[in-house]
Design a protein around this ligand. Structure first.
Ligand code: ADP
Ligand code: MG
Length: 148
């Protein structure tokens, strides 16, 4: 599926809609260059889970936990060197835990990501204007996410 966003609010709303159909154990990978809107998408996603805490990029923590009916485990792999470094955070407890994982920069640790995960890529296209974003969503086989 491909979505087009022309402003931050739309990106937020797409994230929010996605959250409506997630289940515990879902893993959602979010990739795209710095400044494409991964954090804004995540803020919408968290809002959709009923989390009212302000979400930021967990740049120095690797994983940040937000409690909710379905807790959010927000990963940022930007500074991770390899899958081995990821082992040290005990990521598998989160991946197989009772919450949903949203993994920014998951492309940096591909080997650790289950084949069944959902992948979301956000891209700019300057020919479409500064605020344009193309959001590609590839729903994983373990997910029952429905998006209109
Ligand atoms: P990332 O987490 O990918 O580094 P952020 O979400 O922190 O990116 O920041 C995205 C920036 O791009 C924000 O300053 C936001 O206002 C701006 N922006 C402009 N247009 C859009 C859009 N369509 N979707 C998301 N962000 C947008
Ligand atoms: Mg960010």
């Amino acid at each position: 599926m491909i979505y087009e966003s022309y402003n931050p609010d739309t990106t937020f709303e797409i994230g929010q809609k996605l959250a409506a159909n997630v289940r515990a154990g879902d893993i959602i990978c979010l990739v795209g260059d710095l400044g494409v809107g991964k954090t804004i998408f995540t803020q919408g996603f968290a809002a959709g889970l009923g989390i009212d805490t302000h979400i930021t990029s967990p740049t120095f923590t690797i994983v940040q936990v937000y409690e909710a009916d379905i807790p959010l485990y927000h990963f940022d792999m930007y500074r991770i060197e390899d899958a081995q470094e990821l082992e040290s955070v005990g990521y598998q407890d989160y991946f197989w835990g009772k919450g949903v994982c949203l993994v920014e920069w998951a492309n940096k640790v591909k080997a650790a990501i289950p084949d069944t995960a959902t992948w979301i890529t956000i891209e700019k296209d300057m020919t479409m204007g500064l605020d344009y974003r193309k959001i590609l969503i590839d729903i994983g086989t373990s997910n029952q996410i429905v998006l209109e």
